[in-house]
Design a protein around this ligand. Structure first.
Ligand code: SF4
Length: 337
């Protein structure tokens, strides 16, 4: 347990948490919507700080991050809790699970990551925003030790916490879920307003964090083509057409078990929509296919992947070696490439 960052007293023993756009006003003895930040006598505490519930070594491509530090392994950690309540959560055992985990310090996490041979640490599986204090402290120490840091997030975070952690954060994967269709998200994730997600993506981007975007397409209820077109146009016009975009296949999970996995045709159609609107790097995830990265100008294979793993990187000083086009791939310092 650790005193939370980003809160203030609002009279009596009440506090307002300003970490995420819910801006919960919390009475003494109560918790915020995420269930892991508790007001004790007017002080807000992060209960997840020393309750690590999962730690694994993963290929960075599994986050997914395809245009960042390709081929490296990342030490991936999480605690319980989330600030969204997706009925189709693909990691519900972790996000909705018991808060009690392993007590481990940020220093120990960094040591374990290095001992495991990881090039970085990813804050993932559940929502890193709600274990911000642990992520912030670990990320700071990880940088001192030459490791990178990445978030896998729903992007539901206020701008100031983004600015505060950005110097220690190297890449972020933001999941739109259902192409950001607000009606769908209101019913199935309990979130009605996505404006803060757009704001945080731009905040990460402007603060120099490499951004990739995923979109979990849930068949029948979260697969609107119009929403995909709107989402793609926003990405192309804001962080830019060279932002890597991943369409992810849904598998029945948690409280949405009565739908089939996303048909491959639906995912292929979404990819075609994105490419026809000028997106440079579009991938399909959870489909068991190779997903090599090609130069958007000449088609030269610049990152060769088999399954989730990058085997070969062919980029010269940030340019395609065949045609000279600038390539949006960062984190090559950690690959030796
Ligand atoms: S982080 Fe948790 S307590 Fe803070 S505003 Fe968001 S949901 Fe509420």
């Amino acid at each position: 347990m650790k005193e939370a960052m980003f809160y203030k007293g609002i009279g009596g023993d009440r506090v307002r948490c300003n970490l995420c756009p819910w801006n919960c006003e919390i009475d003494e003895g109560e918790r915020g919507i995420c269930g892991v930040r508790e007001n004790r006598n007017g002080t807000l505490y992060s209960l997840s700080y020393d309750n690590l519930t999962s730690a694994n070594l993963d290929p960075i491509e599994k986050k997914p991050l395809f245009n960042f530090a390709p081929g490296t392994e990342t030490y991936s950690i999480c605690t319980a809790g989330c600030n969204w309540k997706c009925k189709y959560c693909q990691n519900w055992q972790l996000s909705q699970g018991d808060l009690t985990g392993r007590s481990i310090s940020p220093e120990e996490i960094v040591t374990k990551a290095k001992d495991a041979g990881a090039k970085g640490i990813s804050y993932t599986y559940t929502e890193p925003t709600i274990f911000y204090e642990l992520a912030y402290e670990t990320a700071r120490i990880a940088h001192e030790n030459g490791l990178y840091n990445t978030f896998v997030t729903n992007g539901y975070i206020n701008p100031e916490p983004v600015r505060r952690i950005a110097p220690f954060l190297d890449a972020v994967t933001v999941d739109f879920k259902g192409s950001g269709d607000e009606d769908f998200l209101k019913e199935f994730a309990g979130v009605a307003d996505l404006a803060p997600v757009y704001t945080s993506i731009m905040e990460y981007y402007r603060n120099g964090v490499h951004v990739e975007i995923t979109d979990l397409i849930v068949p029948e209820i979260g697969d609107s083509k119009e929403s995909t077109e709107t989402m793609v146009d926003w990405i192309a016009n804001n962080p830019g057409a060279d932002t890597p975009l991943h369409f992810l296949r849904f598998y029945p999970a948690y409280r949405v078990k009565d739908l089939p996995p996303t048909p491959i045709e639906t995912l292929t159609e979404a990819k075609q929509i994105a490419e026809s609107r000028g997106m440079d790097y579009v991938y399909l995830g959870n489909v068991g296919r190779d997903n090599s990265t090609r130069c958007p100008n000449c088609g030269h294979e610049i990152i060769t992947r088999r399954g989730p793993r990058a085997l070969r990187v062919d980029i010269a000083n940030g340019l395609c070696p065949n045609c000279g086009k600038p390539i949006n791939v960062s984190g090559l310092d950690w690959t030796g490439g």
